[in-house]
Structure formats: structure tokens, C-alpha cells
Design a protein around this ligand. Structure first.
Ligand code: ADP
Ligand code: MG
Length: 478
């Protein structure tokens, strides 16, 4: 990661510097070379014109006096001027009166340009100058000058430009390399520090100089300081919060214990007077029963029934409270045996009914046998109770394992079922979905089941459908 960054950042800086330097050097050289070429060319033309004018002055006399011999001699003198390649002397009407060419090679000159003009050919500059004296024109000189020297100069300019460009590029490469190191060095240091910070919060980036990278390092260090301070605050808050939660939980547990023990002692104390009420009502019914009118007999029966229900309620409450207080006597418990035992005990409930029960192979678990027996008792008695309207009741006790590897025991029946919207409330004390006139009960059974299962480290849940049976399940750690 860091190695890649080094390449990328360093290279980018270098290419930026080299491209920048190269581009400015090239544009500077283009301007300079263009200027130099233009100046060189003008000078070249001026020199050629000067030479031409001198020669044309010498040709005034031969032309004025028709001295062809002299004209030839004049032109032949051009032999000593190395750049001249050919020349023609023309009279007023444009007829050639004398001509010369270097080494006698003919055809070096084409038609002359307009008088007073110059024309660049492939390798020759052609001039056409008037031969005049004191306002009188006697003819013209058509002169060819070799441009070889000009071309040589062009080549040397270009060579110098290329050399200058190469020099500038080499220099900018050296500068760019140093610059890239200076920029990428601190950035890479910062990156390395960042990756070290994840392991050691005390690490800080080293700051060199006062440039942008140094500012970045300062900012980074400030951020780390703040993060650390915040982390400290959060940890402190967390500790406080944990402490508060622990305090509240302890207070809540204490309040719960007090409430339960209050309920337990109240229930317990209610038992004796209730037994008196029940006993004396029964005696009264026996003694007065036959003498009472039917209305009074009904009142007495209702009172006995009420006392009985209240007794059952108190018993259930006490049993529910006991499930929380009682020490657990742990042992290996064979749940198949427990289920069969409970079904045998509930046999009287099935008299006169068709009830088919099936108990699959259930596991052997570690737990309190008596408590687990209560679980099966409550679930199976419910299953029997709520299948009473069925002509043929079916009850299945099965076992599977869930994703967490726990044992899951389910008691399924084909009874009246219940509305799933209330499934969460069934396990609360005295919560019933069915009327007491329809199905007797006080509503503590499932609360006891949940409490026992929770004490064994498991969960309880129910699935059902109105008129479509119910399945009550609980999990136990394997
Ligand atoms: N097998 C079942 N089928 C349908 N409803 C049930 C079943 N078991 C329990 N319930 C519902 O849950 C309520 C609470 O059950 P429980 O705590 O055992 O109390 P109780 O049996 O005294 O009514 C019941 O009143 C009933 O509405
Ligand atoms: Mg019940």
C-alpha cells in the first residue's frame, strides 16, 4: 500500500515538474528559434541585396556604353564571391546581354522575379535589381545566391535548441526528483504513522518544516489528541453507565424479591382463614342443606365453589413463587420417562374421551426433576384441557435440536388453539385467553413453565391458530 503510494505520489510530482519545465522550455525555444530564423533570413537577404547592388553599380558603365565585353568581365568577377551561383545582365527591354554561372553550369536561374523583388528557390535566392545611375535605368541584374549558408545556420539553430531542451529536461528531472522526495517523504511518514496509530494510540506524526504537509501532520496529531480525549470520555461514561445499570438491576432484584416474599407470605397467610371458610361452609351446607329453599342452597353452593377456586389460586401462586425461591436439585433427568409419568398421572382426565398420545424419544438432560415434571404437567394438562371439545384428541411430544445445538421439546395438540396476536402474553401470570366457564383454570401454569425453563437456561414460546391446535415449545441447553 505504502510502496504503491510512494510510486504514485513521487511519479506524479516528477512528471508534473518535468512536463511543466519541458513545455515552457519548448515554447521558449520555439519563440527564440523562430525569431532567430526570421532575423537570419532578413540579414541574409539584406547581404545578398547589398552585394547585388554593388555588382549592378559596376554594370552601369558597360550597359550604358553597350560594352558587352566589359559586362561579361564584370559578371565574371562574381567568381570571387563564394555565395553567388549565377547572374544575368539584362538590357532595358529585358534581353540578356551577359551571363555567368559558377563552374559554367547553365540553367541555374529561372525567370527573374519582378524588378526589385527577391524569390527563394530550393537552394537559391534570386534577386532582380535595377542597373541605374542618377535616375536613369540602363537595365537590370538577375542574381542567384546560394542559400546553403542559411540552411547551415538553420540546422545549427535547431541543434542548439534540441541541446537546450535536453539540458532543461535533465535539469528539471534532477529538481523534480528532489522535490518529489521532499513531498512524498513526509506524506509517507504520515501514512506509516496512521497505520501505527491503529495499534498504538500514543503514536504521533513527526512534523518537519512549515509547509502544507506539516500543517496536515499538525492537523492529524490534533485529531488524534481529540480522539483520544473523546475515547477517554466515552470509556468513563461507559463505566458510569455500567455501574448505574448494575445499581438499578440490584435495586430491581431487591424490590422483586421483597414483592415476591410479600406475595408468598400473604398467600400463605390467606390459606388458613380460607380453609376455615371452606370447612365451615361445607359443614353449614351439610347441616342446613336439606332444610334450605333452592335459592339459598344455590347461594351456599356458589360460596363453596368460590372458596375452592380461591384455594386453587392461592396454591398456584405459592407454587409459582416457590419455583423462583426453591433451590434446584440438579441430576440427570430422562425426559421421556417424565413425560410418560405425567401422562399416566393425567389418565383420569381422559376418561370417556378418545385421546391419542405419542411421546417421541426425548433427551436426558441435567436439571431439577421435580421442576421439569411441573413443566410437563402444565403443558400436557393444558393440551388435554384444550382438546376436550375434539371427538378425537391428538397430543404429540417431540424433540429436535435448533441451530444453536439446544434441545427443543414441543407439545403439540389438535385442540381449540389460540390467536397468535396474544402468543406473547400467555406466559404471564393469570393471563388466560379462554373463559373459566369454558375451560377451568386460573392461568398460572404457563408462567410456572416459563420460570422453570428460564432457571434451566432455556426459552419458551407458543404457536397456534384459533380452532387449529397449538404447539408449546421450550428449549434446554444440551
Ligand atoms: N394447549 C393450549 N391450547 C390453546 N390455548 C392454550 C393452551 N395452553 C394454554 N393456552 C392458553 O393459555 C392460557 C394460560 O394457560 P395456563 O397458564 O396453563 O393457565 P390455565 O391452564 O389455568 O388456563 C390458557 O388460559 C389458554 O388461554
Ligand atoms: Mg394450565
Amino acid at each position: 500500500m505504502i510502496a504503491r503510494a510512494r510510486q504514485s505520489l513521487g511519479r506524479r510530482t516528477m512528471s508534473a515538474v518535468i512536463i511543466g519545465a519541458g513545455a515552457s522550455t519548448v515554447s521558449l525555444l520555439v519563440v527564440m528559434v523562430t525569431l532567430a530564423l526570421a532575423v537570419g533570413r532578413r540579414e541574409f537577404v539584406q547581404r545578398a541585396e547589398l552585394t547585388g547592388r554593388m555588382v549592378s553599380e559596376y554594370c552601369v558603365a558597360p550597359l550604358a556604353f553597350g560594352d558587352l565585353e566589359g559586362a561579361h568581365r564584370m559578371l565574371a568577377k562574381l567568381e570571387r564571391m563564394p555565395s553567388a551561383t549565377a547572374a544575368r545582365l539584362l538590357d532595358e527591354r529585358g534581353h540578356v546581354v551577359a551571363q555567368w554561372s559558377r563552374g559554367g553550369v547553365p540553367g541555374r536561374l529561372g525567370d527573374p522575379p519582378a524588378l526589385g523583388e527577391t524569390r527563394f528557390g530550393d537552394d537559391t535566392l534570386e534577386l532582380h535589381l535595377p542597373v541605374a545611375y542618377e535616375g536613369l535605368t540602363y537595365g537590370s541584374l538577375h542574381l542567384g545566391v546560394s542559400t546553403a549558408e542559411l540552411q547551415r545556420r538553420h540546422v545549427s539553430y535547431l541543434a542548439a535548441a534540441v541541446a537546450a531542451l535536453a539540458g532543461a529536461l535533465a535539469l528539471s528531472w534532477v529538481v523534480a526528483r528532489r522535490l518529489a522526495r521532499r513531498i512524498s517523504g513526509p506524506v509517507l511518514d504520515l501514512a506509516a504513522t496512521m497505520s501505527r496509530v491503529s495499534k498504538d494510540q500514543g503514536v504521533r506524526a513527526s512534523v518537519q518544516g512549515t509547509d502544507e504537509v506539516a500543517t496536515l501532520c499538525h492537523g492529524f496529531n490534533d485529531m488524534l489528541d481529540q480522539l483520544e480525549a473523546r475515547r477517554g470520555e466515552i470509556l468513563q461514561l461507559n463505566r458510569e453507565l455500567e455501574q448505574r445499570v448494575a445499581d438499578r438491576t440490584a435495586a430491581l432484584e431487591q424490590a422483586n424479591r421483597e414483592l415476591e416474599s410479600f406475595a408468598y407470605s400473604v398467600s400463605h397467610d390467606l390459606r388458613a382463614p380460607l380453609r376455615h371458610v371452606d370447612g365451615f361452609l361445607t359443614l353449614l351446607a351439610q347441616r342446613l342443606g336439606p332444610t334450605l329453599d333452592p335459592q339459598a342452597q344455590h347461594y351456599l353452593e356458589a360460596a363453596v365453589g368460590g372458596a375452592g377456586r380461591m384455594g386453587k389460586l392461592i396454591d398456584d401462586l405459592l407454587s409459582f413463587a416457590r419455583m423462583a425461591r426453591q433451590e434446584m436439585a440438579r441430576s440427570e433427568v430422562d425426559l421421556t420417562a417424565v413425560a410418560r409419568e405425567v401422562l399416566a398421572e393425567l389418565e383420569p382426565e381422559t376418561v370417556g374421551r378418545t385421546v391419542r398420545t405419542r411421546v417421541d424419544a426425548l433427551p436426558v438432560v441435567t436439571g431439577d426433576r421435580a421442576m421439569l415434571r411441573t413443566v410437563f404437567y402444565n403443558l400436557l394438562s393444558n393440551a388435554l384441557k384444550f382438546t376436550r371439545p375434539r371427538a378425537e384428541a391428538e397430543i404429540v411430544v417431540s424433540h429436535t435440536r435448533n441451530d444453536a445445538g439446544e434441545h427443543v421439546i414441543s407439545i403439540h395438540d389438535n385442540g381449540v388453539g389460540f390467536d397468535m396476536a396474544y402468543a406473547g402474553q400467555l406466559f404471564s401470570v393469570f393471563r388466560r385467553l379462554h373463559k373459566a366457564e369454558e375451560f377451568v383454570g386460573v392461568g398460572a401454569g404457563l408462567a410456572i413453565v416459563r420460570r422453570v425453563v428460564a432457571r434451566h437456561g432455556g426459552r419458551t414460546w407458543a404457536e397456534g391458530k384459533v380452532g387449529g391446535g397449538a404447539t408449546f415449545s421450550f428449549s434446554l441447553p444440551a
